[in-house]
Design a protein around this ligand. Structure first.
Ligand code: FES
Ligand code: FE
Length: 403
């Protein structure tokens, strides 16, 4: 695709409408998404509870970049590009592991957890080890949530930390327990997942279990009265209630919304599925919903945290990684049961993956054209505007579109 065609597509974008087909299906636009969004914005990589001990690590692959996130001395968490400074081999091959020192499998250069080069065998005496540490990746923690940025100069993350941290804090994610993880690969464009998770227009018909748990999800009931009452109760317990609205110049969102009367958790029968998590003393926490574009969603109830990490693998393929966290002291079988803990989001998530795949299949049609958003899809419109703005900004600032 020529630069002029991309500029044309951006100029033709009609606010309040879904995007032109190429934004969802073209490899060239996907290349732009990678360069202007995925390599620039902050990405959710995992939680510190996955790497509790020194030497524990996870890797996260985004495009051609693999990142090692490792717990080092004094509990500090480091992130490094997973490429050896000798001849470039990947160092860690697994998604999770433990290594007091990181040894490259090729010629066995050895790195410390902080990325500095510890040993390089058979290199000359005057070899300057200090200049060959692993390339660092920007990393920020939000109360146990790990975010990384592949950019040399990432966008400002302080507002995200400021706005999300008070919501995450009460869950004590750093001391929590990873109860379950599940991954999916689905045939869709990443933006269709982002769009799907910003509206509940589809919830009534598509998510009976979700609508049974959440007031107003079917868009047929008012949430206002119950919200006033619940907010007073949450405030009295010290739980943050002020929402952070997603604006087109930011890339995050936070809210707390109520479950139905008598519903304690995101579960099929509405009953709690685990002991209260972190600082929570009961199940009256509503639902904390957090988003950070392009790849992080979190829904938390009084007894568990559910995170969703999406990774765009191509224009037509996305990987989704779900994680369920419970209180650090919770014991499986006694305080929770995996089946009950996970069934609500497995069912609801899988309903969404199907919708997102259907959406993508239909967009590939030669007769697809952008359609109008309903007023209840305002948040989708905001996301799409944010996305278009990022592309415009990038296209103006660089020559990346000269493909
Ligand atoms: Fe890593 Fe040679 S490529 S030691
Ligand atoms: Fe949905």
């Amino acid at each position: 695709m020529k630069a002029a065609e991309i500029v044309n597509l951006l100029n033709n974008y009609l606010p309040g409408h879904s995007l032109e087909q190429a934004f969802y299906t073209s490899d060239d636009i996907f290349h732009l998404d990678r360069e202007l969004i995925w390599k620039k914005y902050w990405l959710f990589a995992g939680v510190t509870a996955e790497i509790p001990k020194e030497g524990d690590y996870i890797t996260y692959a985004v495009g051609h970049d693999s990142v090692i996130i490792i717990r080092g001395r004094e509990g500090k968490v480091h992130a490094h590009f997973n490429t050896c400074r000798h001849r470039g081999s990947t160092i860690c091959q697994d998604e999770k592991g433990h290594a007091p020192k990181l040894m490259c499998p090729y010629h066995q250069w050895v790195y410390n957890t902080d990325g500095s080069l510890f040993k390089a065998r058979l290199m000359p005496d005057d070899f300057d080890r200090a200049s060959y540490g692993l390339h660092p990746v920007h990393i920020r923690l939000i109360e146990g949530l790990i975010f990384i940025s592949l950019a040399e100069e990432p966008v400002d993350f302080d507002p995200v930390v400021r706005d999300l941290a008070p919501y995450v804090k009460t869950y004590q994610v750093d001391q929590s327990k990873v109860a379950f993880k599940k991954s999916y690969t689905i045939r869709t464009n990443w933006k269709l997942i982002a769009e799907n998770f910003r509206e509940c227009y589809h919830c009534g018909p598509a998510h009976p279990e979700y609508c049974k748990a959440v007031v107003g999800a079917n868009l047929r009931e008012s949430v206002d009265d119950i919200l006033v009452e619940r907010r007073a109760s949450w405030k009295s317990k010290g739980l943050v209630t002020e929402g952070v609205d997603f604006q087109t110049d930011t890339f995050h969102f936070a809210t707390r919304y109520p479950l139905r009367d008598g519903v304690e958790s995101y579960s099929l029968d509405g009953k709690a599925v685990a002991i209260p998590m972190g600082a929570h003393k009961d199940y009256d926490a509503g639902v904390v919903g957090l988003v950070c574009y392009p790849n992080f969603w979190m829904d938390a109830v009084g007894d568990y945290v559910w995170t969703m990490r999406i990774t765009a693998e191509s224009a037509s393929q996305c990987r989704i990684d779900l994680t369920w966290l419970v209180d650090g002291k919770a014991e499986e079988g006694r305080d929770y049961n995996i089946e009950r803990l996970t069934e609500f989001w497995k069912i609801t998530g899988e309903q969404d993956w199907k919708l997102c795949e259907n959406n993508f299949n239909g967009i590939e049609s030669s007769r697809y054209q952008p359609g109008p958003y309903a007023p209840v899809e305002l948040e989708v419109a905001k996301f799409v505007e944010w996305y278009v703005e990022r592309l415009r900004e990038g296209v103006e600032a660089t020559s990346i579109v000269e493909l």
